[in-house]
Write a protein that binds this ligand. Structure first.
Ligand SMILES: C[S@@+](CC[C@H](N)C(=O)[O-])C[C@H]1O[C@@H](n2cnc3c(N)ncnc32)[C@H](O)[C@@H]1O
Length: 269
């Protein structure tokens, strides 16, 4: 397995936690499920034989679909757009109006590369409204785009709420569950756009996980709060310190990352 980095910048990306997470994955499983895909760090790292990647954000899933089919022309489209504030604002406006899936995917990728902190935030009307970022990373190479597309060809992609996706996993499947963090204050909300899970939804998620666990699915759950009371009999560990994303450096406070899993690492499948 050759590790590759994800192609998107994403709030809550698990890049820095990857060593801790991959050490806790089951070695053998049937189908891989990632119902809160985002930049899908663990998926791109594990390169599973069969997978389902899903997210409530339809533009994210559209981007992966177009990348999977035709990484070369998507890469060319984005590489040909100039950078800078004027171009950024023009593309942000076009993104709000465009209906062609390929162009939308290109604009989405461009905005993701150039926006502040790789956030996906929308206004009340559902339009992407993140400002231009600073210190932007370079455009991913064409080889990187092709490598991601190759891995995506083993995955089905779905724009969906998590519950239905988790409901499909069965005996021997592996689900990696990485929902939006629990928020300390209402100012932290809103980095994932319309339909994103709220704290109050945690009980619905816990119930979906417990049912999948009863069906024999192997589940790894990561979160910024202790859920051991909701998942009795699972293993629960604090894995690392991370920083909560915030525009205000004063508010980038360290948080703990918890993992819970329902299988034994010693006796993997
Ligand atoms: C913490 S991020 C996932 C990060 C990902 N593991 C990575 O490495 O980039 C949470 C993701 O959940 C998605 N999301 C929020 N509410 C959702 C819902 N109800 N159903 C499915 N996905 C949801 C967001 O769009 C976001 O991409």
């Amino acid at each position: 397995m050759q590790a590759i980095k994800p192609i998107l910048r994403w709030a809550g990306s698990k890049q820095r936690l990857l060593p801790s997470l991959s050490a806790r994955c089951p070695r053998v499983f049937n189908k891989y499920y990632e119902p809160f895909a985002g930049s899908a760090v663990l998926f791109f790292h594990l390169d599973p034989r069969r997978a389902m990647l899903a997210d409530v954000n339809p533009d994210l899933i559209n981007f992966y679909r177009v990348l999977k089919r035709d990484p070369d022309s998507l890469h060319e489209l984005v590489s040909n757009i100039s950078v800078g504030e004027r171009a950024y604002l023009r593309i942000r406006k076009r993104f709000a109006e465009e209906s062609d899936p390929k162009l939308r995917a290109g604009y989405f990728w461009y905005l993701n590369r150039n926006c502040f902190n790789g956030l996906y935030r929308t206004n009340r009307d559902g339009y992407f409204n993140v400002p231009l970022g600073k210190k932007l990373p370079p455009m991913p190479s064409i080889d990187h785009a092709r490598a991601c597309a190759k891995r995506l060809r083993k995955a089905s992609l779905r724009a969906s709420d998590y519950e239905k996706v988790i409901g499909e996993a069965t005996d021997g499947d592996f689900i990696y569950v990485d929902p939006p963090y629990r928020r300390a204050s209402s100012r932290d909300r809103g980095e994932y756009g319309p339909g994103a899970m709220e704290d109050a939804d945690l009980h619905r998620l816990m119930s979906a996980l417990q049912k999948a666990s009863d069906r024999g699915a192997l589940i790894l759950f990561s979160y910024n709060a202790d859920v051991s009371a909701h998942l009795p009999g699972w293993r629960h560990e604090i894995v690392n310190g991370r920083y909560l994303i915030s525009a205000d450096p004063q508010r980038r406070r360290p948080i703990s990352e918890y993992t819970s899993y329902n299988y034994s690492l010693e006796a993997r499948l």
